[in-house]
Design a protein around this ligand. Structure first.
Ligand code: GRF
Length: 201
């Protein structure tokens, strides 16, 4: 069984989707044993507690330069195999991504390579898609490397942009129709792969 950590910075709706998929048996090769929030007030910590999972606040503003070393120590203490960035807004260093190379996945709310990279997160992604006038957008799950949103693409799901969409309406549709579906799917795929690579019985 693969130990999973989910790193969050906000509402935790993607975390919720993963936890529900685990509890319904759609995720069976891994288990979320740790939820991390990098700032105060994250709803994700409450969601973790509701599902009786270990929740840790590592406040980046307070920890400053010690944030990443504290994160690594916390991951090691919990024997984490797979890291899932779910609405996580902190940029991770090259050292960190190399340490966990091939074992960090991220959900991005567009069809990469559109509307991604530095500065494209949350609502800004949907504002840019509406500004450009695309008729189709969606979400992408990708491996995380040292380039923001640059790692190998694992899964994508397209979502229709509708006439009169606001960024908020589009964001909600992309979450409901794409993110909350492909992220749990990718978690199971990666957990299965890591288990097989490790020859888990
Ligand atoms: C969403 O826009 C998601 O696409 C992005 O972070 C935002 C919040 O996600 N990854 P969550 O509700 O905290 O999972």
């Amino acid at each position: 069984m693969v130990n999973i950590a989910v790193l969050t910075s906000g509402g935790g709706t993607n975390l919720e989707a993963i936890l529900r998929s685990e509890e319904s048996g759609r995720i069976k090769s891994g288990k979320v044993v740790l939820v991390v929030a990098d700032r105060e007030g994250c709803q994700s910590l409450k969601r973790a507690e509701n599902h009786k999972r270990k929740a840790v606040l590592l406040d980046k503003r307070k920890l400053r330069k010690a944030f990443e070393e504290t994160l690594v120590r916390t991951l090691e203490e919990n024997s984490i195999d797979l890291i899932v960035l779910a609405g996580f807004l902190s940029i991770l260093s090259e050292d960190f991504t190399r340490l966990y190379s091939g074992r960090i996945i991220n959900i991005h709310p567009s069809l990469i390579p559109s509307f991604c990279g530095r500065g494209f997160y949350g609502l800004k992604v949907h504002e840019a898609a509406l500004e450009r006038g695309v008729k189709v957008t969606g979400a992408t799950v990708h491996l995380v490397n040292e380039i923001p949103d640059g790692g190998k693409i694992l899964l994508q799901k397209a979502v229709e942009v509708k006439e009169g969409d606001s960024p908020e309406i589009l964001q909600r549709r992309v979450m409901e129709e794409a993110e909350w579906i492909i992220l749990p799917e990718a978690v199971e795929l990666m957990s299965k792969k890591l288990s097989e690579d490790r020859n888990d019985d």
